[in-house]
Design a protein around this ligand. Structure first.
Ligand SMILES: C[S@@+](CC[C@H](N)C(=O)[O-])C[C@H]1O[C@@H](n2cnc3c(N)ncnc32)[C@H](O)[C@@H]1O
Length: 307
């Protein structure tokens, strides 16, 4: 195909032409994220989640590949342009989750996640959380003059101040010490952050109400998340763990909602959406990765791993 024809294809690939495969719950489009997003209706998806291509990544020889820009600034411009288009497609009650790690250039930490977050805020996104994904297993690194990097970020952006959020669906059990504390019948009332009436002392867990600091349905899981990085999925090296995104989809995509990942890679988001009985839409530029996603999605789905 000539350069001109390739450019034309990149700028206006109709949805039907871009369809790579579909399942009962979703469709994967093969093509450039921004181009395909332009063809999706506005206010149509509930939850966007994904991990953008790395800066300074390998050249796979795929036209339109993001990550090969000559500077960090140009790379961020490319990524932000895609998220700008995605904002139109996201419902006003929707959430957008971005997983991104940092890197060093000339021994200098780039602060790439922070720069992306600032750029997204400048575009009008509201940043609700910066979740630290603490990697519970990391490859040994030969570096001797700094600590190894063992975390990535998962940002939670929204379009509007009011949005769908089901915190109860991701609560975790209270620590034994919290339960012991509230069961110990200290009757003195205390005036704290939560107000005089909200001390939990002397009450059992069943008697606590939803405004209590110790919630009857469990603990707010907080913004640090431990998960073991995934092994490469059939040749895709940047696969994220299912456990990392499962609580995000559960809490911000209603059961009848649609999850969108326009950096679909090996199909992890689609797999998690299917396990959670959500509809999904995916976009991936590299046909080799579309093939991997298809292969993974046609295997029986495994239950979520824990620990
Ligand atoms: C970090 S990986 C995503 C991995 C995915 N979360 C998984 O678990 O397999 C980023 C993906 O973005 C894709 N990509 C790069 N440029 C793109 C573009 N312009 N449009 C769509 N996808 C693109 C890459 O091919 C790569 O598969």
């Amino acid at each position: 195909m000539s350069t001109k024809a390739r450019k034309r294809k990149l700028n206006n690939t109709p949805l039907e032409e871009a369809e790579y495969f579909r399942t009962k719950s979703g469709v994967l489009y093969q093509g450039d994220a921004k181009t395909i997003l332009r063809n999706l209706p506005e206010n149509s998806v509930d939850c966007i989640i994904g991990s953008p291509p790395y800066f300074s990544m390998r050249d796979y020889g795929v036209e339109g590949q993001i990550g090969l820009e000559s500077t960090v600034e140009l790379y961020l411009d490319s990524i932000c342009a895609v998220y700008d288009e995605a904002r139109r497609v996201l419902k006003s009650t929707g959430s957008c989750w971005v997983n991104i790690g940092d890197l060093y250039v000339d021994k200098n930490l780039v602060l790439l996640p922070a720069r992306l977050a600032l750029a997204m805020q400048a575009q009008g996104w509201i940043l609700r959380n910066d979740i630290i994904w603490r990697k519970t297993r990391c490859l040994p690194h030969p570096v001797k003059d700094r600590l190894t990097n063992t975390h990535e970020h998962v940002y939670h952006f929204v379009k509007a101040r009011e949005y769908y959020y089901d915190l109860d669906s991701i609560r975790t059990p209270h620590a034994a010490s919290s339960l012991t504390r509230i069961k110990s019948k200290i009757t003195v009332s205390h005036k704290g952050r939560y107000g005089e009436d909200q001390g939990n002392r002397g009450r059992t867990i069943d008697a606590l109400n939803e405004t209590s600091a110790v919630h009857p349905k469990g603990r707010n899981p907080g913004d640090v998340f431990d998960a073991c990085p995934s092994n490469a999925a059939d040749g895709h090296l940047a696969t994220y763990p299912e456990e990392l995104i499962e609580p995000r989809i559960r809490s911000t995509c209603p059961l009848d909602g649609i999850v969108l990942d326009f950096w679909m890679g090996s199909g992890t988001t689609a797999i998690v959406a299917e396990k959670l009985q959500r509809q999904w839409l995916g976009i991936e530029l590299n046909p080799d990765y579309c093939k991997i996603a298809l292969k993974r999605l046609t295997k029986p789905l495994q239950p979520f791993l824990t620990g």
